[in-house]
Write a protein that binds this ligand. Structure first.
Ligand SMILES: Cc1cc2nc3c(=O)[nH]c(=O)nc-3n(C[C@H](O)[C@H](O)[C@H](O)COP(=O)(O)O)c2cc1C
Length: 206
């Protein structure tokens, strides 16, 4: 079946990341974002596609900071409360019934109960007519101990990352599962050695 090109997210699951920010007046804000991707291994940049009229964008422009909060499937009920339009002078942690997790390197707070937190500083904005790509530099990355293994794998059976698939009339929420197959990064290279292996060994936990 052929689909209209704009229906990309009907065939591609997206993460549902909750972006928390603070306005220049200190008002706390949360919004779910699906268009989020890391920029290449092993850089520390993350890219978020945003529409122009977002309190999230205004806050990031004003303060240069944001937290990408990764939540489990149990946060599905928090998507609409955080996605609803509410005036920018209203605290969205209170509105959505969420508690803050203090950040280590920035003043924007994270969200308690998520399984991982990326504290980010604004690196660059790529502005286009109808959207903006926000590039953030991850300055502090944290994961809940109970979902993270010594081999550097976040156990998806425990973290159950919240994801979504778009459909014609809305969003279906889902999560991911291990399929029981592993390949070393080195398998991509002629000698079987991952050129970045040393880095992972040295910098796995900060
Ligand atoms: C699951 C989901 C994913 C979303 N992803 C994005 C996105 O990637 N970019 C975007 O600009 N808006 C996205 N939105 C819409 C914003 O979350 C929504 O407009 C929100 O009210 C913005 O809040 P703010 O004005 O407080 O920043 C998404 C909404 C939902 C429900």
């Amino acid at each position: 079946m052929e689909l209209k090109p704009f229906k990309r997210e009907s065939v591609m699951p997206l993460p549902v990341a909750f972006i928390s920010t603070k306005s220049k007046d200190g008002i706390r804000n949360i919004a779910p974002y699906g268009c989020v991707m890391p920029v290449l291994r092993p850089l520390d940049l993350i890219c978020i596609a945003t529409a122009k009229r977002r309190d999230t964008l205004d806050n990031i422009r004003d303060t240069g900071e944001f937290v990408v909060n990764l939540a489990g499937a149990d946060f599905a009920d928090k998507v609409i409360p955080t996605a609803k339009f509410i005036p920018s002078d209203q605290d969205e942690f209170e509105f959505a019934g969420l508690d803050e997790k203090g950040s280590k390197k920035i003043s924007a707070p994270g969200i308690k109960g998520c399984y991982a937190w990326m504290e980010c500083e604004l690196f660059k904005l790529y502005e286009e007519a109808s959207y903006i790509l926000i590039m953030g530099k991850v300055v502090h990355l944290e994961v809940a101990d109970e979902v993270y293994g010594e081999d550097g794998l976040c156990n998806v059976n425990k973290s159950r990352p919240l994801m979504m698939m778009g459909a014609d009339n809305g969003m279906h929420f889902c999560t991911v599962e291990e399929i029981g197959k592993f390949e070393p990064f080195g398998a991509m290279f002629p000698e079987g050695n991952d050129p970045l292996a040393k880095m992972y060994k040295e910098n796995n936990s900060a």
